[in-house]
Design a binder for this molecule. Sequence first.
Ligand code: FA5
Length: 344
Amino acid sequence: MLSEKINKIRNEAILQIQSAANEDEINAIRVKFLGRKSEFTSILKGLKDLSPDERKSVGQLANSAKREIEEALAQKGQEIKQKSFDFAAEKIDITIPAVKMKRGHLHPLTQIQNELEDIFISLGFEIADGPEVETDFYSFDALNMPPDHPARDKWDTFWIKSDGEQKDKILLRPHTSPVQIRHMENHEPPLRIISPGKCFRNEATDAKHEHTFYQFEALMVGEDVSVANFKFIAEQFFSRFFKKKITVRLRPSFFPFTEPSFEFDISCTVCGGKGCQTCKGGGWLEVGGAGMVNQNVFVSSGYPRGKYQGFAWGFGLERLLMMRNKITDIRFFHSGDIRFIKQF
Ligand code: FA5
């Protein structure tokens, strides 16, 4: 009797499930056939009153009927869901332009470095590189500054603790001039190189000074290179960089690695030399240091004394860009402030 009842319930449930049209109907069928107040549930509750044999066979039948109804409900539910899926709402218009990806760009200092390299390559120079972590020898001794030379103070830098086995002291290079020596050790004149790179100095920062900044070294060596060559190359370079005619002025100065040495100025990039606010009325802007390579430097690099002559110069990349783009504080460059970087 009970078995027949169960089969009847199952058949009826499955029939109704098959003709269900939406999720609400599915839920109603579930409640009607399997809910707490359903006939099926009361049969299950009454199992305990049956004899053990009956309980076993009826129990098994009830469980498999229940499973069949649940599976039919789940399957129909899935079918209804798929049918009611709104394909129109999901339509993708592949002709709509994509959202633009935000792309970064090269840092202004990298941009200017690339620009300078292009100009110098067109003037017949090669690019030389050297380590930022340098030795005492290449940073000072070979540049005609033996230990205890007072000029070393001008290039006070960050020293690296030695492991005791290293015979030379290690430091963060305070200028790019060590690259001159490294290059000359391995190359014979005539040679023309530039060497842009990072430098470090142990000094207080202000609007014009950073502890970490970029320098740009140039070196030209041959048997008859003169100050006239320096002046020509410098004027060519600055005129191309500022995109206007620039003249160069030399003032006597001192560097241990050059003899004679000079500071070089360029005609004011704003007024052309007449005198304005930018050049504080003088008509000239200070750019960097230069000179004819000291013969002691050639000897340190392995060249015979007196055979060659050449010029060298070094200036700061940040300072040059500050001049061209009217940037008032050098500390913007490494501040990581995106508002500054975005302007380039
Ligand atoms: C030198 O470092 C020499 N090695 C340059 C040189 C090379 C002279 C070859 C002769 C022959 P000086 O210390 O003046 O020189 O630095 C050169 C340039 O580096 C300066 O004119 C300036 O533009 C830049 N500079 C120096 N110190 C700083 C600093 N703390 N922050 C930013 N720029 C600096």
